[in-house]
Each structure stands twice: as C-alpha cells, then as structure tokens.
Design a protein around this ligand. Structure first.
Ligand code: ATP
Length: 290
C-alpha cells in the first residue's frame, strides 16, 4: 500500500572549522570548512493531501510559513523538477535554534527533498537531490549527505570524511540571533586581522581518530571578526569545566564544546544553563557514508 505520510528527523550541524579564503568574481565568499552533523533535530511530518498547494505549520509563530520557509521552497523545487505536483502539508516541530549557525532551515529543506523522493517513489539519484538542494541554499547539500564533510567553494564542493571521533558535544545558544549576510560584511571589514584554522591538520586528526589533536587545531574565522561577549563567556565556562575545545558554529552565535568525558560535559551543561536560553547535550551523527 502507498503511504501518504512520512516522519523525518532533520539534524543540525556545527562547524569544526570555518575559514574564508577570499572573494569570488560573483561576490560570494569562497570558504573552506569542516561540517559535522549533530544529534539535535527538527521533526518533520510530510503528508500528501487532497487539497492542492504546499502548506507548512510549525511551532515557532514568528517563522515564515510562505515561500520564505526553506521547507516550502524545497517542496516546490522538487515538484517542478519531477513534474509530480501534489497537495502537501509539512508539519515542522523545531528544536534546532533558528538563525544560530546550525543550518536549521537547510536541514528542514534537505529532509523535505529526501522525504518527498521516498513518499512519491520518484527515484531521484543522490546527485539530483544534491543539485536541487544547492538551488535552495549553500548548506542544503551537506544536510542531505550528513556526517562529517570537508566543504569548499561556496560550500557545494564536498568531500565526505570518516566520522569524527565520538565525543559529547554541548551546544549553548545565547539570546541574540546573527544574520549570516551581516556576519560576512563584518568579516570583510576585519579580514586582515583574523587567525585562520589549520584545516589540513584537522582533516588529518579526523582521519587518525584523534579528538585531542582535532580540538587543538579547530578555529572559526567569524569568532575574530564578530566578537560577541556572550560567546566569549560561554566558551570560558565550557573550557573551565574541561572541554577539549569550545568554539562558535557558523556565523554564530551558537557555541559548542567538545568533551571526551560524559561527567565533565554534564557539569558544563549545568554551568551554562543560567547563561543561555538554549543548552543541549548531543553527539556527532554519522552520515550516509559514515
Ligand atoms: P546557517 O548556519 O545555514 O547560516 P542558521 O542556522 O544561521 O543557518 P536558520 O536557522 O537556517 O539559520 O535560519 C535562518 C533564516 O532562515 C531565519 O531568518 C528564518 O526566518 C529563515 N527560515 C526559513 N525557513 C526556515 C526553517 N524551516 N527553519 C528555520 N529558519 C527558516
């Protein structure tokens, strides 16, 4: 029997590294980053309906439910590409913090593409899904692949890496949101003052399964370009509780700490609780190839 509904988990990501290499002729920044999917996720329900059109509902009243929602855009792109237009209701229960450097919107879009491919038995190959995803947003292809990935270009050139060494990852998002375009503007103004990560050494540490070496070489250039006091304080708290490293993800402001010890991670979670509205302990997620 054909199913008319599907339930999916859309996982968020952190940046183990984020480097900006320069400006491309089209005005985009060329980046080099190691992306890691983590076990905090939005829940999605996709339901085919008799009623035409794409409708989205979610548990954050201030999030757009029209074409500005990346999940809606993904559904429309999928229908246009396959020619299989259907009535669709998407119910999103968000847990990934929004505008936080964790690619929550991209994760939802990726889940819609993968989910519709299954629900409609459309048979799109992974390359086709990745290409469709890239039209929606630079992080969407990564969210389709998942796991641990070295991304270059504007994020669309991806090399799957072995899974990062297992560990405990504490996430803490300060109250303010950060707009990614504004973060790039601030970066441009500060470009000659930033420290760059040693991406090659981090890739090698991942291949060697060496968490301490990875933690010692990670960096995110946005931390130098966009100093945020709440980020500095959360990093300090995590490090004082025994994190091997603490860093901002993407253009922020989410901070994550890597721990090799569950007790230390739990202590850090308690210490961060009064300092940030979103504090969550999670683990790395293995991707399709991991
Ligand atoms: P990235 O790490 O890719 O820069 P982010 O984590 O900083 O992303 P998102 O949470 O993806 O940011 O949201 C960024 C913007 O996208 C928000 O302003 C939000 O209004 C919009 N948006 C559209 N669709 C969604 C969605 N399904 N979930 C969250 N945000 C969405």
């Amino acid at each position: 029997m054909r199913r008319d509904a599907l339930y999916l988990k859309a996982y968020g990501k952190i940046n183990l590294t984020l480097d900006i290499l320069g400006l491309l002729p089209n005005g985009y920044h060329s980046v080099e980053m190691i992306l890691q999917q983590v076990s905090v996720y939005d829940r999605l329900e996709l339901r085919l309906t008799e009623e035409a059109g794409v409708r989205v509902e979610n548990n954050r009243p201030w999030l757009p439910t029209d074409d500005r929602n990346l999940a809606v855009r993904a559904a429309r792109a999928f229908f246009a590409y396959t020619g299989q237009e259907r009535g669709l209701r998407i119910r999103i229960t968000k847990f990934i913090p929004v505008a936080a450097g964790m690619a929550g919107g991209s994760a939802d879009a990726a889940a819609v593409l993968v989910g519709l491919n299954r629900l409609l038995r459309a048979g799109l190959r992974q390359e086709e899904l990745l290409r469709l995803g890239a039209q929606i947003g630079a992080d969407v292809p990564f969210c389709i692949l998942g796991g641990t990935v070295l991304a270059r270009g504007i994020g669309e050139e991806m090399e799957t890496l072995p899974p990062m060494p297992d560990c405990h990852i504490l996430l803490a998002k300060p109250r303010q949101g950060v707009s990614t375009p504004q973060a790039y503007q601030k970066y441009d103004a500060a470009a000659d003052r930033v420290r760059h990560p040693d991406t090659a050494a981090c890739v090698q540490a991942i291949r060697a399964g060496d968490l301490a070496a990875l933690a010692g070489r990670m960096h995110n250039v946005f931390e130098d370009a966009l100093p945020i006091e709440a980020v500095r304080r959360l990093k300090e708290t995590m490090l004082s509780c025994g994190a091997l490293a603490a860093q901002m993800s993407g253009s922020g402001p989410t901070v994550f700490g890597l721990f090799d010890d569950a007790d230390k991670a739990a202590r850090a979670r308690e210490a961060c609780k009064g300092k940030a509205p979103f504090v969550f302990l999670c683990r790395p997620v293995r991707g399709i190839g991991g």
